[in-house]
Design a protein around this ligand. Structure first.
Ligand code: ADP
Ligand code: MG
Length: 468
């Protein structure tokens, strides 16, 4: 029996958290026999190691000679404090301090190169931003050895082979599968626990890539698939997937079961607790996925299942994404322009920008879609170029963006069979004067998304949450 477990930033965020994580690993080892661990970079609030690495790199790119050095010092302080507290001086402490120092040296060298070049390429960003995981796994593995269990720190650059789409690399499965099996199986056969970096992979030439922010969850699913694991568990700092983000609404409750489809919608529409890409490798291989709380391990958390027979509970959760722009193309002559939707989304795709939601109003003859706000300007420019002729002829009157928008999404497979849910949501929002700018229903019919202004997001989430 094999279990793949991923521990998030807070689960390895301090010496104390690492001790609890180590306990959970050893308990699981007793039950399952074979356990593979994926860990994130240290991430105690409010300082997250990956954010620090990125801050140093960006500062260097902008010509700032000091910040990356201060960042290196802060990183040293965070990691060395954990090492000093966890590892005995007569044991591996010196060796792990030196290992971590080597990464800090490399961080400084890379930032210096970035400073000299005045340019931060996606490739350099990946080399820099993945270092937090490389440091944390070495500490955790050494601690496990110290408490008497063989463990080996492994960089996922040795396991996960990806394309060279830096920042959001895609794994190449057959290669990943064979490399992972060859490297990991002998360790498991010898009773050694592999402690693997989340977030990173490497191209076939060995150049470090990253799977996207929050991608350690995805790393766990990829390894689960590659190793034919029985289950994948995601350990985090909340009691599983909740009815909404508890940071936004303190009355949020844990949800015992969700279907793959429901959790996909939630993750895609902003529930940070699970990276949306995690789900597919699990569905395709029928691997059950569990989300649990490192700091409350007795709580069952959430199980993600293929189909929930008792799942007709209507709405189950509400999530939100902020900092979006809603871009609208409108014009009375638009109906006569052939292929307008295809050309619109072709132009957006050409800019490499993802579209989160599309809404069409036939009466007003307009198409609206939401994209991350940072891309709004370049998307507007691309559309103005694409439709220059139509704008001149006034078939299209206007292409414009509503900035600081948010998407609020209500999710639940049972919503399909529960009449009147949309009406209750709209009434609740209307009662608190939240203006709904656009609406879209998920293709799986298990979600309804509404675009609201950023300032209304929190009220909208709270109002909808009160209906669950
Ligand atoms: P990790 O470092 O363990 O991956 P993340 O910060 O990525 O942790 O994800 C956990 C956080 O996700 C929680 O602390 C919570 O604030 C947030 N979150 C957002 N939406 C939800 C939700 N629906 N259920 C639970 N947590 C949520
Ligand atoms: Mg996460």
């Amino acid at each position: 029996m094999m279990l793949v477990m991923k521990f998030g930033g807070t689960s390895v965020g301090s010496a104390q958290a690492m001790r609890e994580t180590a306990d959970l690993i050893l308990q699981a080892k007793q039950t399952w026999g074979r356990v593979v661990v994926i860990a994130s970079a240290m991430g105690s609030q409010p300082v997250k190691v990956t954010d620090l690495l990125l801050r140093g790199a960006h500062a260097a790119a902008s010509g700032d000679k000091e910040t990356y050095k201060l960042v290196a010092a802060e990183l040293r302080q965070i990691h060395f404090a954990a090492i000093d507290e966890l590892l005995l001086p007569e044991g591996e402490r010196q060796r792990i301090l030196a290992d971590n120092e080597a990464f800090l040296g490399r961080f400084t060298d890379l930032c210096q190169a970035v400073l000299v070049l005045g340019e931060l390429t996606p490739r350099a960003l990946d080399a820099i931003s993945g270092m937090g995981e490389q440091m944390s796994i070495r500490i955790l593995a050494a601690y496990l050895r110290q408490i008497g269990h063989p463990a080996e720190a492994i960089d996922a650059t040795e396991l996960i082979v990806t394309d060279n789409n830096f920042q959001a690399a895609m794994p190449l499965l057959p290669r990943t599968r064979s490399k992972t099996k060859v490297r990991i199986r002998p360790l498991l056969d010898q009773n050694i626990i592999p402690i693997v970096t989340g977030f990173i992979g490497a191209t076939e030439y060995g150049v470090t890539t990253t799977l996207g922010r929050g991608g350690s969850d995805y790393s766990a699913a990829i390894l689960g698939q590659a190793l034919d694991a029985q289950e994948v568990w995601i350990w985090t700092d909340v009691d599983g997937v909740m009815t909404t983000d508890p940071r936004l609404e303190p009355t949020a409750r844990s949800i015992p079961t969700l279907t793959y489809r429901e959790v996909s919608e939630l993750a895609y529409y902003g529930a940070k607790v699970l990276h949306p890409k995690t789900i597919r490798p699990c569905i395709e291989n029928g691997i059950p996925l569990r989300i649990k709380n490192t700091f409350n391990p007795a709580h069952p958390g959430t199980v993600i299942v293929a189909d929930d027979k008792n799942g007709n509970g209507g709405m189950k959760a509400v999530s939100a994404i902020r900092s979006l722009s809603l871009i609208t193309i409108e014009g009375k002559g638009m109906m006569g322009v052939p292929g307008i939707a295809a050309r619109t989304f072709g132009a957006v795709a050409h800019e490499d920008v993802s579209v989160l939601l599309i809404s069409q109003a036939s009466s007003e003859q307009s198409i609206s879609f939401a994209t991350p706000g940072v891309y709004a300007e370049k998307v507007l420019l691309a559309l103005e170029t694409e439709f220059a002729t139509e704008l001149q002829r006034q078939d299209i009157d206007r292409i414009w963006a509503e900035h600081d928008a948010a998407i609020v999404t209500a999710v639940g497979a049972g919503m399909r069979g529960t009449p009147g849910i949309a009406g209750r949501i709209f009434t609740a929002l209307g009662n608190t004067a939240v203006n709904i700018i656009a609406i879209a229903q998920g293709s799986s019919e298990c979600s309804i998304s509404m675009v609201v202004s950023g300032g209304d997001m929190e009220t909208a989430v709270k109002q909808i949450h009160a209906l669950i």
